[in-house]
Design a protein around this ligand. Structure first.
Ligand SMILES: [Zn+2]
Length: 234
């Protein structure tokens, strides 16, 4: 890769961004975005020279779609943990979350909650398998090391497990910058349904007993974070 970068700088190509990942075959894939305004050679010529480097098996060119605009159309499948994912930007996921509420009122809130429950339960099943491979057994460790870290790393919000007990089953979970409540209108009551369901489904699956989750602080109410209190259903 070093040699490829050297070729580009030799022709005055200005590196704007460099992204590295592995494809499903485990091969290294680098995506480089260059500003070629002051380049002394055409892009095809630079690509041909890079392709001659022994360690590089293939070069795919992504040309800008319009002056000043380029989208990476060469890596259309995004994966996380080996599974396909998609990226939704704020104004798009806001439609998804807010429209269900707007159209169906409290019924919509229930739909969001139960979608969250199934998502959380599915995540917990996957995390239990990962935990086994990592030698993690305690539910509090699985929740903080896998659940909270993954939730945070994929951009849903910054999750922290404040308290976790098994007897009685109880957890206090804080989410800063919760994606769901950031886009909610100012509200007098807690706004989260999807995340609340997600936490309930996750802990219920992990602990093997049904958990009830209440949002006791919420960004939409003007609190600094969303805080979820989780107890076993009586
Ligand atoms: Zn909230």
């Amino acid at each position: 890769m070093r040699k490829a970068l050297d070729v580009c700088s030799k022709y005055n190509a200005y590196l704007i961004s460099l992204h590295f990942t592995l494809n499903p075959k485990g091969e290294k894939v680098f995506t480089l975005i260059y500003d070629l305004t002051e380049s002394t050679a055409p892009i095809k010529e630079i690509a041909e020279e890079i392709e001659k480097i022994e360690s590089i098996s293939e070069v795919t060119l992504i040309e800008q779609q319009a002056e000043g605009f380029i989208a990476d159309t060469a890596s259309p499948i995004i994966t996380a943990g080996g599974v396909r994912g998609i990226i939704l930007r704020t104004h798009i996921w806001a439609i998804l979350v807010n429209k269900i509420r707007e159209k169906f009122g409290s019924g919509g809130e229930a739909i969001l909650y139960y979608i969250g429950v199934d998502m959380g339960s599915e995540a917990a099943v996957e995390h239990k398998k990962m935990a086994e491979a990592l030698g993690l057994r305690e539910p509090d460790k699985i929740t903080s090391i896998l659940g909270a870290s993954i939730f945070t790393s994929i951009g849903w919000g910054s999750m922290q497990i404040e308290r976790f007990t098994l007897n009685p089953p109880y957890a206090l979970i804080t989410v800063y910058n919760n994606f769901e409540c950031v886009i909610g209108p100012a509200s007098e009551k807690p706004y989260s349904q999807l995340t609340r369901g997600l936490v309930a489904g996750y802990l219920s699956q992990l602990l093997g007993s049904e958990m009830q989750v209440n949002e006791i602080e919420c960004l939409a109410k003007g609190d600094p974070c969303c805080r979820f209190e989780c107890r076993a259903t009586r």
